[in-house]
Design a protein around this ligand. Structure first.
Ligand SMILES: [Zn+2]
Length: 204
């Protein structure tokens, strides 16, 4: 079901494994099978930093692997013990880490709703950008996210441009990430421009 080679020379999803070619693989136990009949049809963009506002530490990996020491920071005490994960993390330097194969369900959205459908984890792929709501994301993060999004739209054609949203959009009032710092117009322009350049037709 998963198509492999992207037309545009972007990142690729490896069909046999459900992993992104070139991503650093850090398997998370916080994943399970998607419900039968689920169609992967939504991409959810998140922002995360641990501790909040600090970048580059090992703590996101540790959180997603249930290995976060609550004694290190007061915020860790709040979140440790709450099993969460995402499929991918794009770090400030552009490094991509994968925690959950795409065909499995990662635990990133929580209580959520898109277009009348609840439990967005069932049918979505979650991508964390290392960042905060207010600090501008890095150029390389936009480049990597664009490349990954194109690869995922190719591998999972039910993910269309209007089915790429922020966590804030599917859990309003509860979540604000990726925040006002994330430039949706810039991201969508990149998607459109690159797809035109590669000859792939993507509807507006
Ligand atoms: Zn989020």
């Amino acid at each position: 079901m998963i198509k492999s080679v992207s037309d545009s020379g972007d990142s690729e999803v490896i069909p046999a494994t459900g992993l992104l070619d070139g991503a650093h693989w850090v398997p998370s136990p916080n994943a399970d099978e998607r419900p039968p009949g689920s169609v992967i049809s939504l991409l959810v963009v998140h922002g995360i930093s641990l501790p909040p506002g600090e970048f580059g530490g090992p703590y996101i990996d540790q959180l997603f692997c249930n290995d976060l020491d609550p004694a290190i920071h007061p915020f860790f005490e709040e979140i440790a013990g709450n099993p969460v994960s995402s499929h991918l993390l794009i770090r400030r330097n552009g490094e991509i880490i994968q925690y959950v194969p795409f065909q499995l369900r990662a635990w990133h959205a929580g209580k959520s709703c898109f277009d009348g459908c609840e439990c967005c984890n069932d049918f979505s792929i979650g991508i964390e950008l290392e960042g905060t709501d207010e600090i501008p994301y890095e150029d390389v993060q936009y480049e990597r996210l664009g490349s990954v999004a194109r690869a995922l739209m190719h591998a999972f054609p039910a993910i269309t441009q209007d089915r790429i949203v922020g966590h804030c959009d599917i859990a309003p009032g509860r979540k604000t990430d990726p925040g006002i710092a994330f430039d949706w117009q810039r991201f969508r322009r990149t998607l459109h421009a690159r797809n035109r350049a590669s000859g792939t037709t993507i509807g507006d």
